[in-house]
Design a protein around this ligand. Structure first.
Ligand SMILES: [Zn+2]
Length: 255
């Protein structure tokens, strides 16, 4: 290196440095723009992903709905670990079964309400009989298997719940008939009797609802049962009775 170039060296260095800075500045601007673009793309992507997830969920629901067998049960439904409460109310239907271990026994509150109702029924001239209330999972296994052996599964599914799906396992379901008329126990004819008509009109005053009303089969998943009542307490029972609705409609759940 000669003297002249030695003199110029720092200038060259400074020039190179500032050029580098300018270059970096441009790079920074470019980076900011790129980041904005990436951000925009991310927002779009997220929105698209959300729509995709929602569509998937809807499809899943649809598939779930379609995957029911002739009895109205989901195909290959696995046993559940816990019973289901909706708005604090125990719900048992074909969508919400109970585990084998759920064995609360007959509800004392429901029994007391039934006794009160019976006192009033007697005054009206009818003596009521709760001929089937709490049924354990094991008892339902026996019953269901007997029905299947007798009539075949398809027929059995139309009138008997599979084990884990019977509302009787909740201890809150009461099958009611009239003392002296056991011929109409668990029979459509009960709804046509004076006792059947009286209980249909008054059960809500004591906290019971007719659980499977006529014309609501698609909502509850069960055919009309004039004898099957479910204890839900006076307020909810009165609301459901006055709205001419069902427990599923009241809770906003599928049956
Ligand atoms: Zn019943």
């Amino acid at each position: 290196m000669n003297k002249k170039s030695l003199y110029h060296f720092p200038v060259v260095m400074m020039l190179s440095a500032s050029l580098l800075l300018v270059a970096c500045g441009n790079e920074e601007q470019k980076n900011t723009k790129n980041e904005e673009k990436v951000e925009e793309q991310n927002i779009t992507k997220k929105a698209e992903e959300k729509v995709a997830t929602e569509t998937k969920e809807k499809e899943k629901e649809k598939v779930k709905e379609e995957k029911r067998d002739a009895g109205g049960y989901f195909i290959n439904q696995k046993p559940v670990q816990k019973e289901h409460y909706e708005k604090g109310i125990l719900i048992a239907n074909k969508v919400y079964p109970m585990p084998k271990s759920f064995a609360p026994g007959e509800s004392k509150e429901a029994r007391a309400a039934f006794n009160k109702m019976n006192t009033q029924a007697k005054k009206a001239g009818f003596e009521l009989d709760a001929f089937s209330t709490y049924r354990s999972y094991e008892r339902q296994v026996e019953l269901y298997n007997n029905y299947v052996a007798r009539d075949g599964q398809e027929a059995a599914d139309t009138y008997s719940a599979r084990p884990g799906f019977s509302e009787h396992q909740t201890g809150l379901a009461f099958d009611i008939g009239e003392v002296g008329n056991s011929a109409d126990y668990a029979d459509d004819r009960f709804g046509e009797t004076e006792a059947g008509k009286w209980i249909a009109a008054h059960a809500h005053e004591f906290g019971f609802i007719m659980r499977y009303p006529q014309g609501k089969e698609k909502i509850t998943g069960y055919k009309y049962e004039s004898w099957h009542f479910r204890y839900v307490g006076k307020d909810i029972a009165t609301k459901i009775y006055k709205d001419n609705s069902t427990l599923e409609e009241y809770l906003g759940v599928n049956g």
